[in-house]
Design a protein around this ligand. Structure first.
Ligand code: HQG
Length: 185
């Protein structure tokens, strides 16, 4: 059983492998859903001295304990559900709730209101049905600002939305006309 610090550290390594630079570690992900065999991930992780003693149970612990449900295990395969930078995965387009949230920080606000939400270093803009996920995302870089996205208006502007599960929606760039600062209740 991993302690909490080791769990966080392994989770970061897993996100690197499953979202960002799999090829740097010789890991090949399915081009459609970004998944790989749990066994292959384990082999790659075990090649690093720090994690040579890692077990499948440790990986399952990281997956199960992640508040944001970053990873999904389906049968023998594992994938990161969202957050990819390395390849544009195919998600099923869907119709989201009328309003979705995006958490950002004060410094990014002027640019977002001017040019809209951009995926920046990732393949998609990340939005959520609830405020919790958006708050966690936005508070990583400074003073939290919560934005609302009018998804009907966005669809009219040609934005496609994709459901990544667990309240997370991915989108193509969202124009400023569909974005508002969330008024405090
Ligand atoms: C901002 C993490 C300037 C955007 C998080 C964000 C999330 C702009 C930053 C998930 C902009 C990109 C995704 C524009 C957007 N000008 N800044 N036009 N458009 N931005 O990390 O959405 O812990 O790539 O607001 O918690 O913050 O890794 O995206 O501040 O759930 O599982 O540019 O990743 O989850 O930052 O985060 P990111 P994000 P994990």
């Amino acid at each position: 059983m991993l302690n909490q610090a080791a769990e966080v550290s392994l989770s970061k390594f897993m996100t690197k492998l499953l979202r960002h630079t799999p090829e740097a570690y010789g890991l090949i992900l399915d081009p459609e859903d970004g998944s790989c065999l749990l066994e292959d991930l384990l082999d790659v992780i075990r090649k690093t001295p720090r994690w040579s003693g890692i077990t499948e149970a440790d990986i399952r612990q990281v997956v199960a304990n992640c508040e944001k449900q970053r990873f999904a295990i389906q049968g023998e395969r594992i994938k990161a559900r969202y957050g990819h930078s390395h390849a544009k995965l195919e998600y099923e387009p869907g119709t989201p709730p009328l309003v979705l949230y995006h958490g950002t920080h004060q410094n990014a606000l002027p640019a977002i209101l001017k040019e809209g939400l951009q995926p920046m270093g990732r393949q998609y803009v990340h939005l959520s049905e609830g405020l919790h996920f958006a708050s966690l995302a936005g508070s990583r870089r400074g003073k939290l600002v919560l934005l609302t996205v009018d998804t009907v208006k966005a669809a009219q502007h040609g934005v496609t939305f994709y459901y990544a599960g667990n309240e997370v929606w991915l989108a193509e760039p969202v124009p400023p006309a569909c974005i508002a600062r969330r008024e405090e209740p």
